[in-house]
Write a protein that binds this ligand. Structure first.
Ligand SMILES: [Zn+2]
Length: 189
């Protein structure tokens, strides 16, 4: 991964997707350096942390996304949220650490709210254990698999300045011109 040239400066959306890149102005797009920074740990969960989480939740919902990391709204802190759609609502992970990775999964293809319209196949661990804190500073530890594990790995990468295009099989990267089409299976995160 590290010896691959970064696509940040060369990857540009096709004309058909320019409007999609202008939409959701609260979400920073590929090319913005905040997406490449290693985000800082949260030292204390405060009212500001809770407000950040609320703002992120509203932005993720408006963008119809499955997950959103703080750097994606220009805040370089180790916070992300997701909703895997399994009825548990929005999950908040602060200073998350993945402790255990097992197995591998390939599907479904991933997309990113910071690179609208692009999708690609990214190998991820099938099962992980993640330790973190919630927005009130309470420790959370859970073992997750499948889609939820995939989302967490994608979002945690954002906190380390890593994007799915760094991990995707380059042959599989493709622009979906109809990014909002209902049959689009790629994850928006
Ligand atoms: Zn993303």
């Amino acid at each position: 991964m590290s010896d691959r040239p970064r696509l940040d400066d060369t990857l540009r959306p096709p004309r058909e997707l320019e409007a999609a890149w202008q939409a959701q102005p609260d979400i920073v797009k590929l090319g913005n350096s905040v997406l490449r920074k290693v985000a800082k740990p949260v030292r204390r969960c405060t009212k500001e942390t809770q407000q950040l989480v609320q703002r992120m939740t509203a932005i993720m919902r408006a963008a119809n996304g499955l997950g959103l990391a703080a750097p994606q709204i220009g805040v370089s802190e180790r916070v992300f949220i997701y909703d895997a759609g399994e009825g548990d609502g929005v999950q908040v992970l602060i200073n998350p650490v993945i402790q255990n990775r097992k197995g591998e999964q390939i599907d479904p293809p991933e997309g990113c709210l910071s690179i609208p319209g692009l999708e690609g196949v990214v190998p991820r661990a099938m099962e992980i254990r993640v330790k973190s804190f919630d927005e009130r500073g309470r420790p959370v530890s859970k073992r997750v698999s499948g889609l939820e594990a995939r989302i967490i790995q994608h979002e945690l990468d954002h906190l380390d300045g890593v994007l799915f295009i760094d991990r995707a099989d380059p042959e599989t990267l493709v622009w979906r011109l109809d990014d909002d089409a209902p049959d689009n299976e790629a994850l928006r995160e």
